[in-house]
Design a binder for this molecule. Structure first.
Ligand SMILES: [Fe+2]
Length: 196
């Protein structure tokens, strides 16, 4: 089962079935159709293959659409109604990079509030980094978390209350145990950053 093919009510009440139906079928499905039309090769379902398509493509529509698809897969994989807590590795990195895990969350809130619609990233290179402009894969970093900040991700449920959407994600849906697992994977010697 791919992350986007589970039951559409799986994130209720924080993200509704109607929202997921629209986001996954209309928006994400539309991205896939556009990429299929532009690209001469079949579009991989597998996130690792999608990541390879991003890194080997020239800047342009194919790369942008691949990034959008990859981000959506990563986003759905990160959300759960039964999220696990941050593990030791993530807590330690958060303390080193931001002062504490709470300050990491605060950094995500501040960046989300300040940025234009788009993706918010938490990535790991030499340290943890919050950003929105450059895709972590193109900076050679491991993407630990990406948050969909496009209006289609939240408008049906939250309208203009985009910070309430973010808060619901950070406190109720983001599986921090999964983020921790990605960090551990990235720190393993010799690991390809695309695999984490
Ligand atoms: Fe989206």
């Amino acid at each position: 089962m791919t992350p986007q093919s589970g039951p559409l009510d799986r994130l209720e009440p924080f993200l509704s079935e109607r929202n997921l139906d629209y986001h996954i079928h209309k928006i994400q499905g539309g991205l896939r159709t556009r990429l299929e039309r532009l690209s001469n090769t079949p579009i991989p379902e597998n996130a690792y293959e999608l990541a390879r398509l991003i890194t080997k493509s020239e800047p342009g529509p194919v790369q942008n659409l691949s990034m959008e698809l990859f981000n959506h897969q990563h986003y759905w994989e990160s959300l759960s109604l039964r999220p696990g807590p941050a593990g030791q590795a993530l807590l330690q990195e958060a303390e080193k990079s931001f002062g504490s895990f709470e300050l990491l969350l605060e950094g995500l809130r501040q960046q989300f509030e300040a940025m234009n619609p788009g993706w918010l990233y938490l990535s790991h290179g030499e340290h943890l980094r919050i950003g929105f402009a450059d895709h972590p894969l193109l900076s050679g970093e491991t993407m630990l978390l990406c948050i969909d900040g496009w209006e289609h991700a939240y408008y049906l449920d939250y309208q203009h209350r985009r910070m309430d959407y973010l808060q619901a994600l950070l406190l109720k849906l983001v599986d921090w145990a999964k983020v921790n697992q990605r960090l551990l994977q990235a720190n393993k010697p010799g690991t390809d950053s695309l695999l984490a």
